[in-house]
Ligand binder design. Structure first.
Ligand code: FDP
Length: 341
């Protein structure tokens, strides 16, 4: 009998235990962050359960409202947003919430206020809900620097100032990927225990990948560097094999695959959308934070993504993120283009 293996199997590292371990490395910590995270985890479990029951519970369908981006909201979007907003406020640790689903930021009333600002997309990839494709929640966490009255400027900070970021993917399994600024760890929900268990410790993205991920339907409107890069992926001139194309159209799923297998995920600017499609605060920043923490890079076409300073809470930005070497190539193409201009 392999006692060591058995001990390993029975000694489960739950996300709660993991976060408490991390907390113990900071003796000055009052446990506020652990409490906040436990409320986010609860939100993820709730949404996971709702997503799994969606077809049965007739939750799928339009709720008859339109969100800030002019998209029709699904019932699951509305539900997920409600769940996260309530979970975050009831943690007593938040002061400002920015959700993809709400036009205005939510300022938590003083009696329930804490020091953290949370930016989130409660259910990203909503066009995939009705056909059962993986969708997810994305979040980023900032901390108020001092105890002033909260203002929008507290969330309009560069991604570099984020304290933590993560996503939860509702797919063939429910996976929560988290970084608190010292590496990236992945946890899988064990439905029988109702606990997220550490299954992907210290995720590192391969330095170079074999996959590119982009909506090629937009190719006719791409700029020069994006078009050149994709051409190189398909027809490499250095004797290497062409890259494979994988595009789910659900950011969490596409980024998750990129993180584990390597490669590049792109949502570039194009003639129709000069700022791309993805939102800076709750899509670009959290995913860029995770990529850098896993050893990859993230670039907007002009600069390191985490250096952006958003002016509006629902601002968009082009994004190229993934394996270090692959992002280096797109950076070189943009640098060459800039020289020509
Ligand atoms: P969706 O429109 O389904 O909500 O920002 C939302 C997002 O999905 C991302 O999850 C996804 O990466 C992207 O949009 C897909 O956009 P395209 O359909 O234009 O490719």
């Amino acid at each position: 009998m392999d006692h060591e293996a058995d001990a390993h199997r029975t000694d489960l590292m739950t996300i709660t235990r993991f976060v408490l371990n991390e907390q113990s490395k900071h003796p000055e910590s009052r446990g506020d962050f652990s409490i906040l995270l436990s409320h986010i985890v609860l939100g993820c479990k709730f949404v996971c359960s709702a997503v799994n029951k969606a077809g049965l519970a007739k939750l799928i369908g339009l709720a008859g409202e339109t969100n800030v981006q002019g998209e029709e909201q699904k019932k699951l979007d509305v539900l997920s947003n409600d769940v996260f907003v309530k979970a975050l406020i009831s943690s007593g640790r938040t002061c400002i919430l920015v959700s993809e689903e709400d036009e205005e930021a939510i300022f938590v009333e003083p009696s329930k206020r804490g020091r953290y600002c949370v930016v989130f997309d409660p259910l990203d990839g909503s066009s995939n809900i009705d056909c059962g494709v993986s969708i997810g929640t994305i979040f980023g966490i900032y901390m108020m620097k001092d105890s002033h009255e909260p203002t929008l400027d507290d969330v309009l900070q560069p991604g570099n100032n984020m304290l933590a970021a993560g996503y939860c993917m509702y797919g063939s399994s429910c996976t929560l990927v988290l970084s608190t600024g010292s590496g990236v760890n992945g946890f899988t929900l064990d439905p029988s225990l109702g606990e997220f268990i550490l299954t992907h410790p210290d995720i590192k993205i391969p330095k170079k990948g074999k996959i590119y991920s982009v909506n090629e339907g937009n190719a006719k409107n791409w700029d020069g560097p994006t078009a050149k890069y994709v051409e190189k992926c398909k027809f490499p001139k250095d004797g290497s094999s062409p890259k494979s194309l994988r595009y789910i159209g659900s950011m969490v799923a596409d980024v998750h695959r990129t993180l584990l297998y390597g490669g590049i995920f792109m949502y570039p600017r194009d003639k129709k959308s000069p700022n791309g499609k993805l939102r800076v605060l709750y899509e670009v920043f959290p995913m860029s934070f995770l990529m850098e923490q896993a050893g990859g890079q993230s670039f907007t076409g002009k600069q390191r993504a985490l250096d952006l300073v958003p002016k509006k809470i629902h601002e968009r930005s082009p994004i190229f993120l993934g394996s270090y070497d692959d992002v280096e190539e797109i950076k070189a193409l943009y640098a060459a283009e800039e020289k020509k201009e």
